[in-house]
Design a protein around this ligand. Structure first.
Ligand SMILES: NC(=O)c1ccc[n+]([C@@H]2O[C@H](COP(=O)([O-])OP(=O)(O)OC[C@H]3O[C@@H](n4cnc5c(N)ncnc54)[C@H](OP(=O)(O)O)[C@@H]3O)[C@@H](O)[C@H]2O)c1
Length: 318
């Protein structure tokens, strides 16, 4: 495994993490034993960042992670646990209540990274209110570092202006070869702030791997069935990109997932992709995405091919 530094913390973090939204009905890992194997394999291959959230599986993801880490017996300071509080639970009091319950499920007294999952949208909670709550949680030892997920640049900036003692060490945002909005403002912001950008859906939920045909995707019964990426007009374009990814992968002796993740880590030293995995084999494969680099010409080829995509998120039909 290759390691980098988490934001400005001096903390060692693996160059690829593990996302565990997969431990939910949405993705299908609903048996603890399956989750245990995925977490154990991740630790064995040197992954030390695990990304969960209060809402994943309604708490199942946090619960499985806490149980698995206990069972594996890994020292608490050898793994970075990142969890998130939904935007609507970010009032001062709810922030505390939400994290207290997460800590119970995770069977630990602190998380390494506490993130606001998204900005409050349906409730008017001032940005400084949750900035102060998250800072208080850090000063009380319930969390070590603060992160913001899915926060647009102006909201991150306002949040920063509310902080008195700590920094934002992690920004979390979607970034993959098919969905590149993060590069407009969030990647440069992460670099400017020296924050780690944990890239979510780094494999575009598997779409860019080209492992499902247009016919197959109609049979996907998980979270992907309603996803814009998998709508035929979009997915056809993504399949064309996946052919290029596959060509490069077979030429250099890597897998499509490894090529797609390597493209991201080459994009910026600040990026740590957090792919989700459904099996031990996928964890192992994703861990093999680091420790080497694509050639500049292959990186550029994918860059250009991916820029050809014109995806639409308007999926409503008459
Ligand atoms: N902050 C946020 O708002 C937010 C939003 C979404 C996700 N996240 C985080 O980001 C993590 C990852 O994102 P994601 O789950 O949306 O998508 P992803 O990582 O792009 O895709 C994960 C899926 O790709 C397939 N896959 C993974 N590794 C593979 C490999 N080596 N070979 C072939 N297929 C492979 C698996 O599905 P199949 O095998 O079933 O095809 C897996 O469930 C989540 O677990 C979560 O922690 C955060």
């Amino acid at each position: 495994m290759e390691y980098t530094t988490l934001g400005g913390t001096g903390e060692k973090v693996s160059r690829v993490g593990l996302g565990i939204w997969q431990f939910s009905q949405s993705w299908g890992i609903v048996e603890y034993r399956d989750a245990f194997k995925i977490v154990s394999r991740a630790i064995e291959v040197g992954i030390n960042l695990v990304d969960t959230a209060l809402i994943y599986g309604g708490g199942t993801s946090e619960r499985f992670l806490g149980q698995a880490l206990k069972e594996i017996g890994v020292a608490r300071d050898e793994v970075l646990i990142s969890t998130k509080i939904p935007g609507e639970l970010l009032s001062f009091d709810d922030t505390f209540r939400a994290l207290d319950l997460s800590l119970k499920r995770l069977q630990t007294s602190y998380v390494d990274i506490i993130q606001a999952h998204w900005p409050p949208i349906w409730r008017h909670i001032p940005i400084c209110e949750y900035a102060r709550a998250l800072e208080r949680l850090v000063s009380l030892g319930r969390a070590r570092y603060i992160g913001l997920s899915d926060h647009p640049k102006p909201v991150v900036e306002e949040f920063l202006s509310c902080l008195s003692k700590y920094d934002v060490e992690v920004l979390q945002y979607r970034f993959n070869l098919a969905e590149r909005e993060a590069e407009k403002e969030i990647v440069p912001l992460a670099e400017e702030l020296d924050a780690t950008l944990t890239a979510w859906s780094p494999l575009a939920k598997g779409a860019i791997l080209g492992k499902y045909s247009l016919e197959d995707i109609e049979k996907l019964k998980d979270v992907r069935s309603g996803e814009a990426l998998f709508k035929p007009d979009n997915y056809r374009q993504i399949l064309a990109l996946s052919e290029k990814i596959k060509e490069i992968a077979s030429r250099i002796g890597k897998t499509p997932a490894q090529v797609a993740l390597n493209w991201l880590i080459m994009y910026s030293d600040n990026i740590v992709p957090i792919p989700g995995a459904k099996s031990e084999a996928q964890v192992e494969e994703n861990a093999g995405a680091v420790g080497w680099r694509l050639s500049y010409s292959d990186w550029r080829l994918l860059d250009e091919e991916s820029r050809k995509l014109k995806l639409s998120y308007v999926t409503y039909e008459e």
